[in-house]
Design a binder for this molecule. Sequence first.
Ligand SMILES: NC(=O)c1ccc[n+]([C@@H]2O[C@H](COP(=O)([O-])OP(=O)(O)OC[C@H]3O[C@@H](n4cnc5c(N)ncnc54)[C@H](O)[C@@H]3O)[C@@H](O)[C@H]2O)c1
Length: 435
Amino acid sequence: MSADLVTIGVVGAGTMGAGIAQLALEAGHEVLLNDVDEAAIERGRAKIRDGLARRAAKLDLDADTIDDWVEGRYDRLRDGHSLDAVGAEADVVIEAALEDLELKRTVFRALDAAAAPGAILATNTSALSIAAIADVTARPERVLGLHFFNPAPVMRLVEVVSGPATSPSVAARAAVLVASWGREPVACVDSPGFIVNRINRPFTLEALAALERGGAGVEAIDAGVRAAGYPMGPFELMDLVGIDVNLAAARGVWEGFGRTERFRPSPTQERLVEEGRLGRKSGHGFYRYGDGIRGSVDVGVPDAPGTTAPDATSRRSPARIAAWVITGYVTLFLAFDSITHLVREQHAVDFNNKIGAPGWFPVVCGAVLAVCLVAYHVPRTRVLGAVLLTSYLGGATAVNLVTGQPAVNTAFAIVTGILVWAGLWPRDERARRLL
Ligand SMILES: NC(=O)c1ccc[n+]([C@@H]2O[C@H](COP(=O)([O-])OP(=O)(O)OC[C@H]3O[C@@H](n4cnc5c(N)ncnc54)[C@H](O)[C@@H]3O)[C@@H](O)[C@H]2O)c1
């Protein structure tokens, strides 16, 4: 297998997949790009074309040939419609889907079933065990880690990670391949976090600990670290990598080292991910971003234990505002409804009679609604709260319609339902998945 003839499959068209595909295209390979999300492929394609154009502008090409260079390479990018199609056609597959062991094992099982015996299957995992991924295939000797760094077209390092079963010749071929893409392969063994992510953990954790204990703010820490000669501060780096991706890697290293205290993931990162503050890609992490440009620092790290940093932003988060608006609105509505019932006592009795409910039924409904609201207020259970509130409102609307209650009750349920989800959309990752 010669490095310049192989067809490359890339699974996952996100930040890393698009960057890796771009590198392979630059080197002249045919590339098959696969993702479970059609929109991610479209975004990935746009990013790749843009990246190729930027790369072409840096080459010593005359104006007439720049477009040919870009289009010639971009034309070699094809959609890999399924894992079977990618496995069947690619000589080397690089998986860059989410950092989740079970998901990666599922992907590798499918690729292994479809791929030719000589194909190499690589994962871009940041911290998961190569052995645990290779384990589900019938070719563990042809499975390895190719850990590109972000942004892949810019960062030269690629960790070439050999699992316990990886054949040295396969690792050597993979190293030759990425070297032909202008990368710098560094061989390493399958241990949690490999080299760079392992060393990066204490750096990131100490920065978070300093922030959580009020030692310094986000900007001060980043500025200090940059002035000390690092190209980026820890918070800028987490925003670039993706706080969710960084947290997944943190969990991988922590699990890999037997949950040792020194690698325990930071609660601040966990809460930011829950709030949908994922960094640059969501427009909001430790900093706010507009058009991908870093804007003001957002010191509102949500109430991590011992945090002394001001909590202004999390108080202003759409979900929190929505939670209070809904609570106020529901309380006012119920107060109004109760007064109406008191004034026209017969109305409540009529309603209970109609649905065959006992007298205490409205009290139980109120209590259930209160539980739903409390769940919605707590960041950890906010999505569950939204689902419970929606179910409650749906049920109440159905009962209202059947019993011919005033239209205002239905309107109340619909408006509340919209507020519930508007507060979460588009920031909460779990809510996005549910919708
Ligand atoms: N972001 C970084 O800085 C960085 C650096 C090095 C390595 N990594 C690793 O690269 C991998 C991808 O990270 P990313 O930042 O590109 O994530 P991302 O969230 O930007 O992209 C992941 C993509 O995978 C897709 N996907 C999910 N399940 C899939 C499946 N079953 N089949 C195909 N596609 C699927 C998603 O739709 C998404 O488009 C992770 O393992 C991560 O740890 C990330």
